[in-house]
Design a protein around this ligand. Structure first.
Ligand SMILES: Cc1cc2nc3c(=O)[nH]c(=O)nc-3n(C[C@H](O)[C@H](O)[C@H](O)COP(=O)(O)O)c2cc1C
Length: 181
């Protein structure tokens, strides 16, 4: 059966070749709105996102520095989004044996991936980064977190337009680790 959701899910690819061209503001807003429309336990909405782009070049540069070596390709992405949460942002059931904050954060991130895909953008999740560096620089800025609560779990992703293979270094191309659309 053809459905819009299945079409999007088939189209979504974690592409590494990302063009540096800025993404239009309305698309960025659509991506964040999609994240915030996600379901969450008791409607706690435990996700927090730090979006870094050309509006604050220093913060974006610091975000890029936090990426691990293997994720060098993401340094061309015009947007980095660090998503994070914390156990006490969300439901803890069974005396804390069942926690939902990462489950809910993950669902919000999936909405980002799908909305980006529909807008012909690429959004790739990344575990390869230093949460410590992000905490030290981005979360110590006033106004970045609610009431000074620091995260104990963070997730990261890059967003941009898909680009063509020459942007990638030979090592990656040779290993065929990238996907083009
Ligand atoms: C939690 C998580 C962490 C990931 N970390 C990285 C990463 O650090 N670097 C990277 O290039 N890809 C990363 N990926 C992307 C996966 O490699 C990619 O989703 C997987 O190979 C499947 O490809 P597809 O998303 O195109 O279906 C991550 C994906 C997830 C869900």
């Amino acid at each position: 059966m053809d459905t819009q959701i299945l079409k999007l899910l088939h189209e979504r690819k974690a592409t590494r070749a990302i063009a540096g061209r800025p993404v239009e503001e309305e698309k960025v807003e659509a991506i964040l709105e999609a994240a915030c429309l996600s379901a969450s336990c008791s409607n706690n909405q435990p996700w927090r996102f730090i979006l870094l782009d050309g509006d604050d070049p220093e913060a974006l540069a610091k975000g890029r520095e936090a990426l691990s070596g293997g994720n060098y390709w993401a340094k061309t992405a015009p947007i980095l989004i660090f998503g994070y949460s914390k156990a006490d942002f969300d439901c803890q059931i069974g005396g804390g044996t069942r926690e939902y904050y990462l489950f809910d954060l993950g669902m919000a991130v999936q909405n980002i991936l799908l909305q980006a895909t529909e807008l012909d953008l690429v959004a790739r999740p990344m575990a390869g980064f230093s949460p410590k560096k992000v905490r030290e620089y981005h979360l110590n800025k006033p106004g970045q977190t609610r009431s000074g609560r620091s995260p104990d779990r963070a997730r990261c992703g890059s967003v941009g337009r898909p680009a063509t293979a020459p942007q990638l270094i030979e090592k990656i191309r040779a290993r065929g680790l990238w996907a083009l659309r």
